[in-house]
Design a protein around this ligand. Sequence first.
Ligand SMILES: [Zn+2]
Length: 201
Amino acid sequence: MNSTFRPDNSALIVVDMLNDFIDGSMACLNAKEAVRETAAFIDRNTSSSGNDEEGIFGQFPVMFICDHHPSGHCSFTEQGGPWPVHCVMNTRGSAIHDLLMPYVTEELTFYKGCDKAREQYSGWEGTNHAGQTVGEVLELLDIDDVIVCGIATEFCVKATAEDLLGAGKKVSVLEKALAYVSEEGHAAAMAEMKGRGMAII
Ligand SMILES: [Zn+2]
């Protein structure tokens, strides 16, 4: 276990570190710690480069996945779904946590759950403002190693990580930078991801 440094030529994929999952309508366990760990991990892996010219295609791309729902989304309880109203677009709840905003770029921010009638747990299904998917951007950046962190381990993190693995990526899970709905669900999801060959770092 060594979560200090990233593998060479890798990208970090930050799943749903959004206010509603941190201190809002669906606040998850360990969320604030996970946000701090994520920021610290990025800092440790970027502080030596310090070259703005490299921009988004610099040494360590950080990709943000954002749950991003219209009001009346099918996943909300009032529509018969399993979750309270959360991450409604253009509200504070759908915004990435302030501590991570310095690392956010439009090109590397991917939105999912934007269609009222469709639930999307996996960031793999999201697209950026240019309509590119995570898979397409990883291809452009020639990156096969990904590190995944975020919220919630047992839902959107696991779904995203599994899709990345299914697409042939080497997946590492940044354990301290995860938040979850329940301890039991988190532990089960960790065991499952490890069992599928993901590295826990
Ligand atoms: Zn959602």
